[in-house]
Structure formats: C-alpha cells, structure tokens
Design a protein around this ligand. Structure first.
Ligand code: SIN
Length: 447
C-alpha cells in the first residue's frame, strides 16, 4: 500500500437498481486498489443471498410486500456487513459493499453500523443511476443471463423475471438525498453526468477520479515491447540505446500487422498510440505510425524502470560488482529498488496516470513500451496479484491484444517474426487465458 494512513479504513458502498453496473464498478475498484497495493475486498450481498437462500429466488422474492423474503434479504445484507466490518477491523484497508442499498433506512443502518463498530472509517457512497433502456437491456443480456440465478432458465423467461425484479426494487427506491448527510458520488448514465458531495481526503479523491474515467465500451488494448535493441542483444539493462536491425524489422512488421487489424484509414485514425521518451521505443513508434499514418504521444511516465547504478551493465556484471543487490533483487523483485533507481512498486505508482488514460479511452489503444512497464500494465488488466508482476511473461517481438469485458479480459498473443513477418498465435498462453477466463466466469456472481 502506498499512502493511506495505516489506521485509516475506507468503506465504499454501492447504491442503485439491479443492472446498473454496480458489480462492474465494484470489481473495477477492487482491481485498481489491489493493484495499487491496498488490502481491499468486495462483499457482495447477492452472493450471501445465494449462499443462504439459494438461487431459486424469482422476482417475488424481491417484493417488499413479501415479508418473509424481505426479512431474509435484510439478514443477508446484515451478514455481509458484519463480515465487512470484521475485515476492516482486522487487516482490511478498503472494503466494498456491493448491493442495491436502495432505501434510506438501509443506508442509515449501514452508515451507523460502520461508524459505531469500525474505528477511523471513512464511507463513500457510490450511486449508479441509469435510465438508458438500451444500456440496461445490454447489461441484462451480457451479464445477468449467465448469472447463477438464471442458469436453468431460458433467456426470454430470465429477462422477463429480471425486469420484474427491477420493478420490485423501483417501488421502494429512494435516490441518495442531501438530507442523509452522506459523502457520495452519483454516476449518471455511465459518466454522462457526475455529482460529488462532501468527498474529502487524498485516497477518496483518487477513487473519484478513477470512477470519472470508467466506461463500459469495449475496445482493444495492444501492448508491445519496442523492437529489439542493441542492449537487448548484449543482455544489458537500462541505457537509452537505439533499435537493432532486427528491432527495425519488427517495427515494420508490427506496422503491417496493425494495417491488417485496422483496414481503413478512418479506423487507424482512431488508434490512441502511446510510447515512452526512450530512443528504442520512439524509433519503433516512428516506424509503426509512419506506416499507419497516425500520430503518437510520448510520455516520460512510460520510460523503462530506472536501474540506477546498474545502468548499462549486464546481469553478470551486476552479480560481480553489486553481489548484495543482486541477491536482494532475487529474493523480492517486487520491492527491490535499484540504488538510485526504482522498484516495481515505484513503477506501479509512476504509471498510475497511464491507467486513467487507457481506461478513459473509448478508442483502441496501442502502447509501445518496455518490459517492466508492460508487466505492470498487463497485471492491471489481467487481474494478476501484484506479487506476480515482476515474473510476468512479456515476450520480445510479440503483441498482446487485450479486450477488457465486463467480467473478464480476453487475450490474444501473437508472435511476429521480424524477418519473415510470419505471425503465430501463442497457443500456450491462450490456454492459460481461457482457463483464467473460465475460473473468473465460474466465480463471478452478480446482483
Ligand atoms: C441487494 O438487494 O442488495 C441484494 C440483491 C440480491 O439478493 O441479489
């Protein structure tokens, strides 16, 4: 974790009718905050309900006039809240309460319990409001129909029942009101309008900026290392050398690959290409963008990890000249900081603005970067544990195409031969991705 005062705890509580993207937002926040190094966990009330009451609950179960079911639903919410409070009272730093929380009475109960039972907790309420029928229909189609509540129902019946469930909630829904004296953000029609009230503090302001950049439009994100450099050939770290001959060839083949991915100039003009300020990366971007006839943006934030006093050395030289550092780095590559240089943890905080930039973009993004930087970016989108970051495989002369969807991230890896231009999908990784996606699909539970 980076900056949050150790004893300061944060509860992020969702509000909104079903199918308004609350679970999506919760998962994104969870990912972002874990990636930044915070102990963060989501408490999804629907999961407790499924666990305790089963998945055979049709719309009548959500009718506020159904006293028995209302009692059961309140008990589930209370259980989720108790677990959340216990988490914050132990090593949890940020907890996300993912539920509808549509009434003032429920919100008041949650707010009072948090204040009474948790020390030093700050609460932010996040209300997602959406009246765009297409977005709601789309959300139901993409997420709710695979929901464990509806696995045994045909899509038409499931949609009908889900719309009925929404109606039940609409009957009692009270939007967050100023008189509740809560700290809140309202996200209206996926960022069309945003209202913020009484939000204070560094981390909460960060969370607000992150939320302001989120959207649900699918677009591919291409990650590639610069073409091979002269230092790569010599196995040296750091420096600001230029491309090798092979690196130039890869850049040309990469340009051709992207021409095939984006056949028209109109499509190519949409590509948001980002690179670093280092020679090997800008040279790659020059070649690629010249072929695509587009511009690119150079960002210092994307420069490779600063290896400090080891700049220009080979790993063998580092082992001989700085044996203690060499050994320390081996033990924990995530936290190890090169003397007068950076660690992977430093990199994560350095590239945080890039995450905003990529999240905000509704157009395809192409990042021509460096190994360590791409490991950090990849881990964010692929939901890797941060401890895995320094070991992630980001091969040279290959492009990784990620397409983040609501509850998983599709991945295709293509190795490009710099000399022949032959393209080969990396099957082994694809399999890993499929397994990951499957696991994610199996484990996700929605409201
Ligand atoms: C809730 O209303 O927060 C829980 C919804 C559910 O049981 O799925």
């Amino acid at each position: 974790m980076q900056d949050c005062h150790k004893s300061q705890k944060i509860a992020l509580c969702m509000v909104g009718l079903p199918a308004r993207g609350k679970t999506y937002i919760s998962r994104k926040l969870h990912r972002y905050l874990n990636w930044l190094g915070y102990n963060c966990k989501v408490f999804n009330i629907g999961n407790y309900r499924r666990e305790i009451c089963g998945t055979e609950c049709d719309k009548s179960f959500f009718d506020s006039k159904n006293e028995q079911a209302t009692k059961a639903r309140n008990e589930c919410a209370q259980m989720a809240l108790n677990d959340l409070i216990n988490y914050l009272n132990s090593d949890g730093e940020i907890a996300i309460f993912d539920g509808t929380n549509t009434t003032k009475e429920r919100r008041n109960m949650v707010q009072c319990s948090l204040l009474q039972q948790c020390q030093n907790v700050q609460t932010l309420w996040i209300e997602s409001i959406c009246d765009d029928a297409d977005v709601i229909q789309n959300n139901i189609r993409l997420t709710k129909l695979n929901n464990p509540d509806y696995v045994s129902m045909n899509p038409e019946d499931a949609t009908k029942d889900f719309l009925g469930r929404i109606k039940m909630y609409e009957e009692v829904y009270q939007k967050i009101d100023l008189d509740e004296n809560l700290s809140f953000i309202k996200l209206i029609n996926i960022g069309e309008d945003i209202q913020i009230h009484k939000v204070k503090g560094y981390l909460l302001s960060k969370i607000i900026s992150y939320l302001m950049n989120l959207h649900i439009y699918p677009r591919p994100i291409y990650l590639t290392r610069h073409g091979g450099s002269t230092f790569n050939q010599e196995n040296r770290v750091g420096g600001d050398c230029d491309l090798s001959q092979q690196g130039i060839q890869y850049s040309e083949q990469l340009g051709k690959f992207l021409l095939d991915e984006f056949p028209t100039q109109e499509q190519r003009n949409q590509i948001h290409c980002l690179t670093s300020t280092m020679k090997r990366a800008t040279h790659t971007a020059d070649i690629v963008c010249n072929i695509l006839k587009i511009n690119y943006l150079q960002l210092k934030t994307l420069d490779e990890i600063n290896v400090g006093i080891c700049d220009g050395l080979t790993y063998t030289q580092i082992a001989i000249q700085f044996p203690e550092d060499f050994a320390e780095r081996k033990v924990n590559k995530l936290t190890y900081r090169y003397p007068r240089g950076e660690s992977y943890l430093d990199l994560i905080s350095r590239i945080e603005p890039i995450i905003y930039e990529i999240e905000r973009s509704r157009e395809p993004v192409l990042v021509i970067g460096h190994q360590a930087i791409l490991r950090c970016l990849y881990a964010y989108f692929h939901r890797n544990e941060i401890s895995e970051v320094p070991q992630l495989e980001i091969p040279i002369h290959a492009i990784i195409k990620l397409t983040p969807a609501a509850y998983y991230c599709e991945e295709i890896r293509i190795k490009i031969d710099p000399e022949t231009g032959e393209r080969k999908q990396i099957e082994e990784d694809l399999q890993i991705t499929r397994i990951n996606m499957l696991t994610k699909k199996k484990s996700y539970i929605l409201l």
